[in-house]
Design a protein around this ligand. Structure first.
Ligand SMILES: Cc1cc2nc3c(=O)[nH]c(=O)nc-3n(C[C@H](O)[C@H](O)[C@H](O)COP(=O)(O)O)c2cc1C
Length: 237
């Protein structure tokens, strides 16, 4: 069994779609390949991988309530190339409600029917930006705790506070993790998943305040903070 994961985010690094593709891949058995779909140059290598694949998992962000436009030419070419492959979708969006991904799911379902591909369902995740921030926080918490333990002569009792922090992050992500494991189970067994929606387990009023603060800080730095720090290419004025 071969599964091809396609990370459809145009971001070069640190995309939520790439993260969720890597996470799901860990629980899928058999041969698995993860590809990045950003430009038309990526089309052919991905088609080569799909040729002998049983399942394709599109991991994509929601753009303007739909499929990101750079994916459409890929789907158009794919329509006449393959039949009878199982197609799953994992979509994530900026707003907190995962259900906002419903139009994207419908588009992908219609595409599969037209292209004679087996639509096996999809998972819509709300608060994708937050999911991205949390996985970075999780890694930072783990790294700092280990450093603290080493610097204090392997005093493992210091891990307690860090484990509490890690537990909070896991609780906030429990919906995503459980729905994702179920999706991986369906991929492994070639089963239909249906359409499911989940989100970061944060009350909406807290999410809105956090998001407002986050984007205010970003806009104060003209959008350059975080993304700009990692970008090789500096934005032109
Ligand atoms: C051009 C553009 C359009 C977007 N449109 C929506 C939208 O309609 N609804 C929404 O909830 N989020 C929207 N978002 C937010 C993204 O879906 C969100 O940031 C997502 O987590 C990005 O995923 P990625 O890191 O995999 O690229 C949009 C983002 C961009 C850049």
């Amino acid at each position: 069994m071969k599964t091809v994961f396609i990370d459809c985010s145009p971001k070069q690094r640190l995309s939520a779609s790439g993260f969720v593709a890597t996470f799901t891949r860990m629980f899928v058995f058999g041969r698995k390949v993860q590809c990045k779909l950003r430009t038309p140059k990526d089309f052919q290598p991905i088609f080569e991988e799909i040729k002998d694949a049983d399942s394709i998992v599109f991991c994509m962000p929601l753009y303007v309530d739909g499929i990101p436009s750079h994916i459409l030419p890929f789907l158009k070419e794919m329509e006449n190339k393959f039949t009878n492959k199982n197609v799953y979708v994992i979509a994530n969006n900026g707003f907190i409600e995962g259900r906002q991904n419903e139009p994207l799911m419908q588009n992908m379902e219609n595409f599969c029917h037209r292209a004679n591909l087996n639509w096996c369902g999809g998972l819509g995740i709300g608060g994708g930006v937050m999911m991205n921030v949390m996985r970075i926080m999780f890694c930072v918490v783990c790294a700092l705790s280990l450093l603290q333990v080493v610097l204090n002569g392997f005093d493992f009792s210091l891990l307690k506070d860090s484990l509490d922090d890690a537990l909070v992050i896991l609780i906030l992500c429990c919906g995503i993790i459980s729905f994702d494991l179920w999706l991986a189970y369906c991929i492994n067994n070639g089963k239909e998943y249906g359409k499911h929606y989940t989100r970061i387990m944060l009350p909406s009023f807290v999410f809105i305040v956090c998001a407002d603060i986050f984007f205010t800080i970003i806009s104060l730095f003209q959008g350059g903070i975080f993304r700009g720090w990692f970008s090789k290419k500096k934005p032109t004025m």
